[in-house]
Design a binder for this molecule. Structure first.
Ligand code: PLP
Length: 423
């Protein structure tokens, strides 16, 4: 989901006209300005831009010091980069179940912790909040680091705190599909100065050449993932839109939830959510009694079945399932002697409970560009699909209403709401 308009074009043109596309140099650059503003927005001390969410996750994991011999708990439902980022550090991802919220299950985390476990990666998938109180309590009690994968949670939060500000370090994506975009892009967030320095070094091994060497920080070799001024300039405009967009999606979701909760008596159950007033509200999710009924629902009213997106469930992560954790066999964490005691066995049915939940979860997307009439259309269509899937109504009797498709041009800048509550 993205909204782009004249303001972004003007901001990009200004950077191009200035001839300064590199982030380092005299004064506050566009990247510096974004990092400062985004840190304020999130309520953390540091953010650092990079080229993608995947690289942000890697940098965050490098920053916390993961490596061979370490296991990292990740959910069975997330984009595969969560798993591959763990492998880039030499550590081993251990896949654990999600619960009905389709986010990582605290009970499954507790059950999966072993002698090698070093970190947990809660993923705010589809903008929905993980059970962060439970996860942080487990992490503290068991001495684990929490890396929040907030790549799909830009602009959302949990109980008044922003995603990416709750764990020890967070990672964001600003790719084309996210709530803020610079085409591609990513960033990390943390209030730990040491982690911030290490993440900056992972993002740009030359960072300290540009900004000055720092006492106590020994730079290490890493790949390059430095952001350009074009990215910083575009994100500075995007950040202004974010509060207004999320506010619209929350209002739309509230309306759909209120109107469809009366269909409970048909068996249409809303999926449990952890912080509905603070999350991104990018989808309204229903947990259908059976996978067949979920299929019928989406045949009547095209929506998304969480387990059928093709790349967000562990059964689709070929590199992981096949044990190809690096391009060169000698660098493959699955062959590394320090990982001999880590759990490296995977199978397609290892998280059967997650698959059952995901194949029953129907997600109806919200959109900041939908009109009230289009929202009413969505509510009507959900009811029709529920009646066919759960109440024996014939699909032939269904008349769908127009729901509007997402259209960035329709976004009204007057809805920009700088006072909108951060979460
Ligand atoms: C949960 C999650 N983690 C990580 C990423 C990786 O982000 P990027 O595509 O910017 O590399 C994504 C991107 O879709 C994601 O959804």
């Amino acid at each position: 989901m993205y909204v782009v308009g004249e303001e972004e074009i003007e901001a990009l043109a200004q950077v191009i006209r200035s001839g300064k596309l590199f982030r380092y140099g005299e004064g506050e650059s566009e990247c510096d300005r974004f990092e400062r503003r985004y840190a304020e927005y999130l309520g953390v001390d540091h953010t650092a831009l990079t080229v993608s969410g995947t690289y942000a996750l890697s940098a965050a994991m490098i920053a916390v010091g993961l490596g061979p011999g370490d296991e990292v708990l990740i959910p069975a439902h997330t984009y595969m980069a969560t798993a591959t980022a763990v492998l880039t550090t030499g550590a081993i991802p251990v896949i654990v179940d999600v619960d009905e919220s389709i986010t990582i299950s605290p009970e499954a985390i507790e059950a999966a912790i072993g002698p090698r476990t070093k970190a947990i990666v809660p993923v705010h998938i589809w903008g929905a909040a993980c059970d962060m109180n439970a996860i942080m309590e487990i992490a503290e009690r068991r001495g684990l680091t929490v890396i929040e994968d907030a790549c799909q949670g830009v602009g959302g939060g949990y109980e008044g705190k922003m995603f990416g500000s709750i764990g020890h370090i967070g990672a964001f994506s600003f790719n084309y599909f996210k709530n803020m975009t610079s085409g591609e892009g990513g960033g990390i967030s943390t209030s730990d100065e040491e982690l911030a320095k290490r993440a900056r070094c992972a993002i740009d091994p030359c960072h300290f050449y540009w900004t000055g060497r720092e006492d106590g920080m020994k730079p290490f070799a890493g790949n390059g993932g430095r952001a350009s001024e074009l990215q910083g300039a575009m994100l500075n405009v995007q950040l202004d839109r974010l509060g207004g967009m999320i506010a619209k999606m929350r209002a739309q979701k509230k309306k759909i939830v209120a109107a469809t909760s009366r269909l409970d008596n048909l068996g249409l159950k809303l999926s449990p959510t952890h912080s509905p007033d603070h999350d991104c509200s990018a989808h309204v999710m229903y947990l259908m009694p059976t996978a067949e009924q979920a299929q019928t629902f989406v045949k009547v009213f095209p929506a998304v079945i969480a387990g059928k997106t093709g790349r967000h469930t562990y059964t689709e992560w070929d590199q992981v399932l096949m044990g190809i954790g690096a391009a060169h066999p000698a660098m493959n964490p699955y062959n590394h002697p320090d990982n001999a005691e880590c759990r490296t066995e995977y199978s397609k049915d290892m998280c059967a409970r997650s698959l059952d939940i995901l194949n029953r979860t129907v997600m109806v997307p919200t959109s900041p560009t939908d009109t009230d009439a289009e929202t009413d259309g969505i509510i009507h269509n959900i009811e029709m699909a529920a009646r066919v899937a759960l109440d024996g109504m014939s699909a032939d009797d269904v008349e769908l209403r127009p729901t509007g498709s997402f259209d960035p041009q329709k976004f009204d800048m007057s809805t920009k709401d700088e006072t909108a509550e951060a979460t």
